[in-house]
Design a protein around this ligand. Sequence first.
Ligand SMILES: [Zn+2]
Length: 398
Amino acid sequence: MSATDFTRRGLLLGATALATTAASPREEDIVGQPLRPWRRGGLDIHHIATGKGDSTLIIGPDGASLMIDAGASKTPPPASLDARPNDERRPGEWIGRYARRHLPAAGAPKLDTFLVSHLHPDHIDGLYDVAAQLEIGLLVDRAYPDYAYPQPLDAPFAKTYQAFIRKRVQSGGKVERFRVGAADQLALPGAEIRNLAANGQVWTGRGNETRQMFPAIETLVKDDIPDENACSTAIRLRHRAFGYFAAGDLTSHGFDGALPWRDVETPAARAAGAVDVAVAAHHGMFDATGADVVRALKPRAWIIQGWHVAHPSTDALERMLSRRLYPAPREVFATGLSPANVLAHAWLTDLMAAQGGHVVVRVAPGGDSYRVVITDNRDETDRVVSVWGPWPAAGSQG
Ligand SMILES: [Zn+2]
């Protein structure tokens, strides 16, 4: 793979976008100013950068909200990134505060829906602090109510989570198991969220039909039983022409042909089809975002939610950038990148549009175009660092 396989069009496009936004200061984001508030009819997708795990806040066209994950890994630096804004609060507290700042102002701040992609600390351990700050309407995860598939979860963080769920249900809170194939479970009026995959079950693209990739668990030797990542939930969000893909830590790795059924990400991506914006599954690690995933999604913008020194892997980043897998221009945005990761493959990280900060996708009212706005995560001012686009929304039609 030579450097000529990549192009670097983003800075020029970004500069054009800045000139455009400066002409309409009340309507669009301006570098150096705080992120403008959500606008009715618009769809905002905030990838919140705490340096400790994933969290995504989605605000739909009518103001309804969905949060996906609230991570709080306890892995300390330098293996993890520095805590952002700092370590005076826990990651979940920062996430809750972020959501309270950005949710539409009317009424008490509330998350209408919370989706748990899978039960790992860098996706769930901030949930409890978020729930302390914000009412959660409906909580959806992959394994409620028995948490028995593909095998019982007995790690301490999984037990803490199940205790939280039990308490929530006892006090009247709503919890549901993620229904693969459904387009009416994760409600975001004005947009459609299709449940693509979880637990090895994948939507076929026809009606609500699904198929199961995993063999019967009792037929597998212990080492081949799918891990928590492979059971992650995947979704496609559509708002008119705009499309977005997010799949937690789902993987496409089939162990070099030994276990091809372990690749759930590829059929999920094929069911999704082309999108405008895709989150690189499993933080851009080697075992996700396989070549066929890239070919199927071919997004204009990739987002890597990185918190560990290993995020992203060289090979996954190379695939995201490869013009051989799809020729169209694209940008890669990371919520965080460690200095060691940059050292490991600077020839690739130099091609990224952003190496840290909150990554906010803002789809214009009507859904015809979108921008990507990077904001400073070193404090709570939400100061705009760069603006990318506007790009025409076309992915979900492709
Ligand atoms: Zn993870």
